[in-house]
Design a binder for this molecule. Structure first.
Ligand code: HEC
Ligand code: HEC
Length: 347
């Protein structure tokens, strides 16, 4: 049974996303890092960006959610917002203004006339971001600018063609002026990365459901299922993440038993398969020069990058330094490395 009705209609019409790797040559990557249970079937892809100069037109079409008018709040803030204020595309609710310096306009509000949604909508005002997006706080400014350039030039794409939000990120990067990119990069680089993920080694995981954008949410009915060879990550508190966009409420990742120790060995010694990560990412893996910090990020994000680099869909100006690192890693190695990195607390 095919649950991606929209995508299969596109496939019937013979369409693929602009610049996408043709299906026949597309390397296969597992579904879980991208927020899906199954790898993409041939022809499954996000709908085309209706107008690449309008980033919002790359998002999956969604019916507007009527505001229930309920005024919500969170601990340790005096701010109050309704659901639609929390999710307003061009100035989403900022629960904790004391957490961060004044936001540049592009981060706080984006550019409404071009449907360029605020960076803070998806990456949060404090840059922590969600598993299906990315984490931008504490990254080196030069690295952020390079990523924006790579998205813009087409050198950074998702290996999973269903990932509409990466397509929107690409369209955003294409529209940013140099000044906006610089302002956003220096803003996010000015904040430190802090702990965000709890890693639990287990044989089982709470049952989750897929959502449109690559966020797993625990099933209302509860229950567990065998984890197998995957990592299943979800918000620690689904209501706070999914309804309130709480930038203080992080994630929990269920990883196979033994993966943290196995990952530690690979990361610190290379295990004859890869290079010691600290050589480039710094002794504590919190970043060195323009090489980004890699600890304490969500497991889905990290695994996605390792797969994208291996698949060649992420091939930016500085990515060649990583190509050999991932070349011989198999799925189990990627799971182990990812679990270990997420389990390390940033300093
Ligand atoms: C609609 C949601 C959305 C918005 C709005 C958005 N991004 Fe992103 N961003 C993403 C997604 C999704 C990714 C991760 C792509 C992936 O994993 O394939 C990403 C990744 C990034 C990365 C790469 C992080 C890394 O560690 O390499 C940077 C930098 C970034 N975004 C900056 C920005 C800036 C600056 C803005 C505002 C101008 C912005 N983003 C607005 C969704 C968004
Ligand atoms: C020779 C230098 C080098 C080594 C060794 C290295 N890296 Fe990297 N890594 C980089 C560079 C440079 C980037 C940025 C790549 C880009 O711009 O696309 C990067 C990016 C990454 C990213 C993506 C970060 C993000 O925010 O998107 C991850 C994850 C990563 N490395 C993991 C690792 C792991 C795990 C190891 C060890 C097994 C490792 N790296 C070893 C240089 C290195």
């Amino acid at each position: 049974m095919n649950r991606y009705v929209g995508a299969s209609i596109l496939a019937l019409a013979g369409m693929t996303i602009a610049g996408a790797v043709p299906t026949a040559q597309r390397p296969s990557v597992p579904g879980w890092p991208y927020g899906y249970f199954m790898p993409a079937a041939p022809g499954q892809a996000a709908p085309l960006c209706v107008d690449p100069r309008k980033p919002l037109s790359c998002a999956r079409p969604a019916a507007p959610v009527p505001d229930d008018g309920i005024v919500r709040t969170l601990p340790e803030t005096t701010r109050k917002f309704t659901r639609n204020q929390v999710f307003f595309d061009y100035g989403p609710g900022d629960w904790y203004p004391g957490d961060h310096p004044a936001m540049p306009e592009i981060v706080a509000r984006g550019r409404e006339q071009d449907t360029l949604r605020a960076c803070s909508l998806c990456h949060y005002p404090n840059g922590k971001g969600k598993m299906e997006n990315g984490h931008v706080a504490g990254l080196p400014e030069g690295y952020i600018l390079q990523q924006l350039a790579d998205f813009k030039s087409g050198r950074r794409r998702s290996a999973d063609p269903r990932k509409a939000n990466t397509n929107e990120m690409i369209a955003i990067a294409k529209l940013l002026t140099d000044e906006e990119a610089k302002a956003a990069a220096s803003y996010f680089a000015s904040m430190k990365w802090t702990p965000w993920v709890e890693v639990i080694e287990s044989d089982t995981n709470p049952k989750v459901r897929e959502t449109e954008n690559g966020l797993f949410l625990p099933l209302d009915g509860g229950g567990t299922e065998p984890l197998g060879q995957r990592i299943i990550e979800m918000p620690k508190n689904p209501e706070r993440t999914n309804v309130l966009r709480d930038p203080h409420s992080g994630f929990v990742a269920y990883v196979p038993k033994g993966s943290i120790a196995k990952g530690e060995a690979l990361v610190t010694t290379g295990g004859g398969k890869t290079t010691q990560c600290a050589i480039c990412h710094g002794d504590d893996l919190n970043g060195l020069g323009n090489v980004p910090g890699i600890v304490g990020r969500t497991t889905s994000y990290t695994a996605r990058q390792l797969y994208d680099i291996k698949a060649g869909t992420r091939n930016g100006a500085d990515t060649p330094l990583m190509t050999k690192v991932v070349a011989r890693l198999n799925d189990a190695d990627i799971i182990a490395i990812t679990a270990y990195l997420a389990s390390r607390n940033p300093q």
